[in-house]
Design a protein around this ligand. Structure first.
Ligand code: GLV
Ligand code: MN
Ligand code: MN
Length: 411
């Protein structure tokens, strides 16, 4: 299967010595991975275009209306895994090979998409490419998003040879899509306890990112009396513990995994701690309750320690319930090749471009079994046989959709 050659070729791109991936939008390895995709698509005679927001689209037939779309992303979280994103991209290319080997001649366009900045690993807002295309973030805000070095999206995009003045909603591209299917590595281990190498998505939990800025007063660690301190580390620590407590209380997920401490000296009380809360829950109300619980604790602790606190939502993605008709159709098609026709249909707490597109285009997802469930880590893995099963499942699904009349996908 062509999957293996492509997987081996892409594997070293952006991989550090410890096996973790560092592919950040508009920079070295991510650019190399995009170039690799463009080369593979062009070698297949696909017409590759970069849209106004930097997403890549490789067309087999078209560009034109009624397209069946598939794809994922190539950027990674810091020290990420090989599969989150690239599995969907490489499987899409391999599915084209599989369809051609089967002699399929699509009566309407098939398009492979690579969305930019899905992880928000450089500029902070996840699914930025699909959000821009869907009009769910303003171009002004996106242009001003800055990375850890203060380089803005606009500057980085311009340096990569794209015009940041052109970014924004792309209703024409969206209107050309009849359906979008994203294949992704499973980010949990529900499939491992089954006979199924491939599952289908039911829903994505509502989730978001909140920035918390704790503003204190820098001073000497050795000489400043405890009573005289305005130490932002203390309410920050309360907020971290509150995130855990709120998640436990509400059956949700809440994580503080990123912080910036200023000036970050061992013997200086900080003047500022910025930290990011990642929160996810099975309903909007629960998500709000978790975030408000963290906010209340952070504010109370900040008051107690004479520290300022500001909490700002950087992104919030509502509950996504994938179109039931399409979801059931995928499950039926995948079931024809599965060891058991009752293919698992699974919710996830992970965000995806498919979740953003779902509000605009009938959208579905396939998950490839992950034996450990580990993701966003160098240890993320899927068995080669399961990856092959994913390619075949995707090819089956695409073939099925391509053979149906445009607009027939049930809601
Ligand atoms: C993306 O992978 C996310 O859910 O954070
Ligand atoms: Mn991810
Ligand atoms: Mn992903």
């Amino acid at each position: 299967m062509s999957f293996d050659r492509m997987w081996a070729e892409l594997a070293p791109v952006g991989r550090a010595a410890d096996g973790g991936y560092h592919r950040y939008t508009w920079a070295g390895a991510d650019t190399d991975a995009r170039a690799w995709f463009t080369g593979e698509a062009a070698a297949r005679g696909l017409d590759v275009r970069t849209d106004r927001n930097g997403n890549l689209w490789a067309w087999w037939g078209g560009p034109g209306p009624g397209a069946v779309a598939t794809g994922s992303h190539l950027d990674s979280v810091p020290d990420g895994g090989a599969f989150d994103g690239p599995l969907g991209v490489v499987s899409a290319l391999a599915a084209v090979d599989e369809l051609r080997a089967r002699g399929v001649r699509p009566a309407r366009p098939l398009v492979l998409a690579v969305f930019v900045e899905e992880e928000g690993g450089r500029f902070g807002v996840p699914c930025l490419g699909s959000r821009l295309t869907a009009g769910e973030i303003s171009p002004e805000r996106a242009r001003g998003l800055a990375d850890a070095d203060g380089v803005t999206w606009a500057e980085a995009m311009a340096a990569a040879g794209h015009d940041p003045d052109l970014i924004g909603p792309d209703p024409d591209t969206l209107a050309s899509l009849d359906v979008f299917v994203e294949l992704h590595v499973e980010q949990g281990r529900a499939l491992e306890d089954t006979v199924h190498p491939v599952g289908v998505a039911s829903a994505i939990w509502p989730h978001g990112r909140w920035r918390m800025d704790f503003t204190g007063r820098a001073d000497h660690a050795g000489t400043t009396r405890l009573a005289d301190r305005n130490d932002p580390m203390l309410p920050f620590a309360h907020a971290v513990l509150a995130a855990r407590a709120q998640a436990e209380e509400h059956g949700a997920r809440a994580t503080v995994a990123r912080s910036v401490i200023v000036p970050n000296g061992t013997n200086a009380i900080p003047s500022l701690v910025s930290a990011w809360l990642d929160a996810r829950a099975d309903s909007e109300d629960t998500l709000t309750a978790v975030v408000e619980g963290v906010r209340a604790r952070a504010e109370a602790a900040a008051r107690e320690h004479g520290v300022g606190v500001a909490m700002t939502a950087e992104s919030r993605t509502p509950l996504v319930s994938f179109a039931h008709g399409l979801r059931d159709r995928l499950a039926a098609v995948v079931g024809t090749r599965a060891p058991d026709p009752r293919v698992p249909v699974l919710p996830t707490g992970a965000g995806h471009d498919a979740g953003v597109l779902a509000a605009h285009v009938p959208t579905a997802m396939l998950y490839v079994r992950n034996p450990t469930g580990v993701s966003h880590s160098p240890k993320e893995w899927a068995r080669p046989d399961d990856c092959h099963a994913g390619v075949l499942a995707l090819a089956d699904v695409l073939q099925d959709l391509l053979a149906r009349p445009v607009g027939e996908v049930a809601p």
